[in-house]
Design a protein around this ligand. Structure first.
Ligand SMILES: Nc1nc2c(ncn2[C@@H]2O[C@H](COP(=O)(O)OP(=O)(O)O)[C@@H](O)[C@H]2O)c(=O)[nH]1
Ligand SMILES: [Mg+2]
Length: 276
């Protein structure tokens, strides 16, 4: 995972708060919480992710990965506690690049903003493009740029929470960096991961990237308007998804046509966000 793909916990993320127009607000993430955790049981923290030794990675690499993930899990639990205490429903939106995460958020904000307080954290390696789109849709948003990093982590979210200050009772969408691999491993403290798969990506993605589909509560199958032009086997896709995660809920939508969105809004309401 991340020790082999170029990002590490030493990466500095840049947070841009679109409300205050504060740019170049960099947060060094490497050592901020180090002191608080010096006496934690760093080594005894059993991590559920099972790193197979058949990958040819040496044991010091595995130990480093476990330490990074264990530290992230501790910070994620703090975020989760804060979200629960503030009655905030935090959802971590994950997908490959271009599946339609931002488009879905723009549409959801337009449809629900009178009913629910929505705030958004946008994650991308570079640019504030998505944050600008969300701002235009009409809700508080900040952009986290991860530089070389391929995922958001719990510490970035903790910094972003301090910056964005989401209101009590709000719905927080965290749009993760487009990537079906590393974001599966990094808990942000969200209530649920929602994976968005678009029909242009092929029906076998759930079995090719099982960790992500296993970690998700809901799979949104987007761009169904394009089905007539593709050889995409919808039933096989659902079967693959359920084979890696039998509890996965699946909603078929087209953001551009507006189909299936009611099922998504019903899911949001059933998962804790009813009208204020
Ligand atoms: N045909 C079609 N295109 C879509 C749909 N949803 C999103 N797109 C397009 O997919 C592209 C990527 O969308 P975007 O929201 O930026 O994806 P993200 O990278 O996951 O945030 C854009 O050109 C969207 O207009 C859809 O339901 N149908
Ligand atoms: Mg996006």
């Amino acid at each position: 995972m991340c020790t082999t793909c170029g990002c590490s916990d030493d990466a500095a993320a840049k947070i841009t708060n679109m409300q205050s127009e504060k740019h170049d607000h960099s947060h060094e993430h490497s050592h901020e919480h180090e002191h608080e955790h010096n006496h934690d049981h760093e080594h005894s923290h059993e991590h559920e992710h099972n790193h197979s030794h058949s990958h040819g990675v040496n044991s010091s690499t595995i130990t480093l990965e476990e330490k990074i993930l264990a530290k992230n899990d501790r910070l994620a639990e703090r975020n989760r506690g804060w979200f629960e205490g503030s009655d905030i429903l935090a959802l971590n939106l994950v997908s490959s690049p271009g599946a339609g995460k931002t488009a879905l958020l723009e549409r959801t904000i337009l449809d629900l903003k009178e009913e629910i307080d929505i705030v958004v954290m946008e994650g991308d390696q570079a640019t504030t493009n998505d944050a600008e789109r969300i701002k235009k849709a009409g809700c508080p948003v900040l952009q986290i740029n991860t530089g070389a990093g391929c995922h958001l982590d719990a510490e970035m979210i903790a910094s972003a929470v301090k910056e964005l200050k989401p209101a009590q009772g709000s719905l927080l969408f965290i749009e993760n960096v487009g990537n079906l691999v590393c974001p599966a491993l990094f808990d942000l403290g969200e209530k649920h991961k929602v994976v968005i798969l678009s029909v242009t990506e092929g029906e076998d993605k759930p079995v090719k990237y099982p960790h992500m589909f296993r970690a998700a509560e809901l799979m949104i199958l987007n761009k169904v308007d394009l089905l007539p032009y593709l050889n995409f086997d919808l039933e096989a896709c659902k079967k693959y998804a359920l084979s890696v995660n039998p509890h996965l809920k699946i909603i078929e939508i087209s953001v551009t046509q507006g189909t299936g969105l009611d099922a998504w809004y019903t899911w949001l309401r059933e998962n804790g966000k009813s009208a204020r």
